[in-house]
Write a protein that binds this ligand. Structure first.
Ligand code: PGA
Length: 253
């Protein structure tokens, strides 16, 4: 069975004391992770070591980075590499979030390099894709997302692609309170899986977890996650509220 994942994306939020309080609050909530389920906290990099300490010993709970650089080391002031993250215990790195694509100009080709860097050290890329509103309104979301996947992932081997988690996040649903309906999510998730199957075969495509992101909250998580090709969520705003995120974890299949 595919992994079912609730991934928190804190983005650029919280002071250190607020981060500590939120982790304490989450630990105090009632949440349950079955053997095939994971909770992942993509926290600002400056809080990663704190989060790893706080969550130590919790089964199926991981701390992720929100981004990394494509090179391992060198004169790249201000950047943090995938091996550096691995050295502090990070096993998952979010790549290609639409905010990185939009505000920091990250291209498909650059994200292909970053994906290689993350896989090279045995970590898991959580690779984000998704269309803006204009593309959705034109009905071209499938080909838009297909191009993102082809350009950044199709050079990977069969063995590598099974280590990638895909997060589909329609940009028009991020932080807007607008969620894709569960039918819209299922439709494009099934399409993404068919794109992966066309390249790697159905049995490999069936192993890839595909998360939905965009205004997931406690009130809609269960319905969205119940769709056959939705394997959990990448959650921004609602992941900053302990009870909300605990309910989202508990909504995993
Ligand atoms: P949101 O963000 O849940 O606040 O819409 C999701 C994301 O950007 O990962």
């Amino acid at each position: 069975m595919r992994k079912q994942i609730a991934a928190a994306n804190w983005k650029m939020n919280l002071s250190v004391s607020e981060a500590e309080t939120l982790l304490d609050q989450i630990l105090a909530t009632e949440h349950h992770l079955a053997a095939n389920q994971e909770a992942i906290f993509a926290v600002p990099s400056i809080y990663i070591s704190l989060a790893i300490q706080k969550l130590a010993g919790k089964n199926n709970v991981y701390v992720a980075a929100q981004n990394c650089y494509s090179k391992s080391n060198g004169a790249f002031t201000g950047e943090i590499s995938a091996p550096m993250y691995a050295s502090v215990g990070v096993k998952h790195i979010v790549l290609g979030h639409s905010e990185r694509r939009e505000y920091f100009g990250e291209s498909d080709a650059f994200l292909a390099e970053k994906t290689d860097a993350v896989l090279a050290i045995g970590s898991t890329p959580i690779f984000c894709c998704g269309e803006p509103l204009s593309i959705r309104e034109a009905g071209s979301q499938n080909s838009f997302v297909e191009t993102q996947l082809k350009n950044s992932l199709f050079h990977l081997s069969e063995e590598q692609i099974t280590k990638v988690v895909i997060a589909y996040e329609p940009i028009w649903a991020i932080g807007t309170g607008k969620t894709a309906t569960s039918e819209q999510a299922q439709e494009i998730h099934a399409y993404i899986r068919s794109v992966m199957a066309s390249k790697y075969g159905q049995s490999i495509a069936d192993q890839i977890s595909i998360l939905y992101g965009g205004s997931v909250k406690a009130a809609n998580a269960k319905e969205i996650f119940s769709q056959p090709d939705v394997d959990g969520g990448l959650v921004g705003g609602a992941s900053l509220i302990a009870t909300e995120f605990a309910a989202i974890i508990n909504a995993l299949k």
